[in-house]
Design a protein around this ligand. Sequence first.
Ligand code: SAH
Ligand code: SF4
Ligand code: F3S
Length: 441
Amino acid sequence: MSNTKKLYIETYGCQMNVSDSEIVGSIMKDIGYEQGNKAENADVIFINTCSIRDNAEQRVKKRLREIRILKKKNPNLTVGILGCMAERLKEKLMEEQEFVDLIVGPDAYRDLPKLIKTVETGRKAINVLLSEEETYAEIEPVRYGDNGISAYISIMRGCENWCTYCVVPFTRGKERSRSPITIVQEAQDLFNKGYKEVTLLGQNVNSYHWEEKEINFPKLLKMVAEVSPKLRVRFATSHPKDISDELIQAIASTWNICDYIHLPVQSGSTKMLKKMNRKYSREWYMERMIAIKKQIPDCGISTDIIAGFCTETEEDHQDTLSLMKWVEYDYAFMFKYSERPDTIAAKKFDDDIPEEVKSRRLQEIIKLQGELSLKRNQNDIGKTFEVLIEKVSKKSNLELAGRNSQNKMIVFPRKDYEPGDYVMVKVNTCTAATLIGEVVE
Ligand code: SAH
Ligand code: SF4
Ligand code: F3S
């Protein structure tokens, strides 16, 4: 190809953003851009941004200060801000970051070729229109960031749950599901290329539905699982309010749908959950957990927790700790509440928990989770799991690392196995983060 230019994309935020960067990579490839892995020698730099918490935006801003210096050195460089910050701040971001050439929201990536042309004529370009239909269904993502073994497939976009603290409904727009035919096709293509694991992505995958054929999420999961018994299927994220018996049954009854559910609880206090507009109670969550553990006894469970949301009392905080102990999470993502402009919480509630109280509560949550993770891992000692080998271990090239169905990382001696192989591994010991074992024939 003549005239190939180099594109460098840096991605912040969630897996949806990682997946979006792969779609952007594909759109840019069609107009002659190849992926580079360095900002320093790129013709175009895209920063795919996240707005979920203030510190996510601060990280991006810090990086933009460095990119600004690159642009000063090379005025021909094109710099674009994509993703959720682009959507949240729109023109304001252009004013604030005067060196940026282009601002593109999550539903406008198809417009990139046109926007790049505008920039080539010396003008600035912006498209932050949200769409009710865009799912990038037939765009084949450029897989550049993964290990060639497991990949993400975006199955829906947007979110309309309006949790009162959350910016996502503003930055990602209306919820919409992608055609199941294109999803299964993408999984099949990945499998043909040697991938062994796909993760179906959406903000709330269990509200997936495709009306024409009445396909709901459990049905979709099974369709993807049918691609091959050698293709593992995972998904993220599920919302506790609609984790159905049908979904639990689909996981329990299908071998290659992994026994792992990420089920963000946010708080253990019903009062807080109500204020967060999560649409479930502590009791509902516990009942769903019982249903999961009954049908999938060895299910891996992880969660998200927010410490210090508006009006959270010491008692509410204790409710979170006690629920964590009750569930015994394998893993948790834990955050301090960060007020986001324009959300219902920002408009209607006082961000009234002092910073030091938020920090202390978060530390207590992190400490407890450390103990629970260790306990859960110790519970696996002596057990044997099927492991999909993903990589050579970070610590030593004599060791391999992969995950079991429950999503736990297991490290074991290399022998003559390679990434992409399935092996049976017996767990001998562990840390809070990793299981350590050996292959058994
Ligand atoms: N759609 C997913 C989560 C998306 S955001 C779900 O509803 O489960 C990932 C996590 O970020 C959320 O689960 C929540 O724990 C956290 N989060 C979202 N908004 C936040 C805020 N304003 N402050 C702190 N954490 C927040
Ligand atoms: Fe945000 Fe709630 Fe939607 Fe998750 S479900 S993305 S927390 S609004
Ligand atoms: Fe961040 Fe947007 Fe994802 S706000 S968490 S990148 S949906």
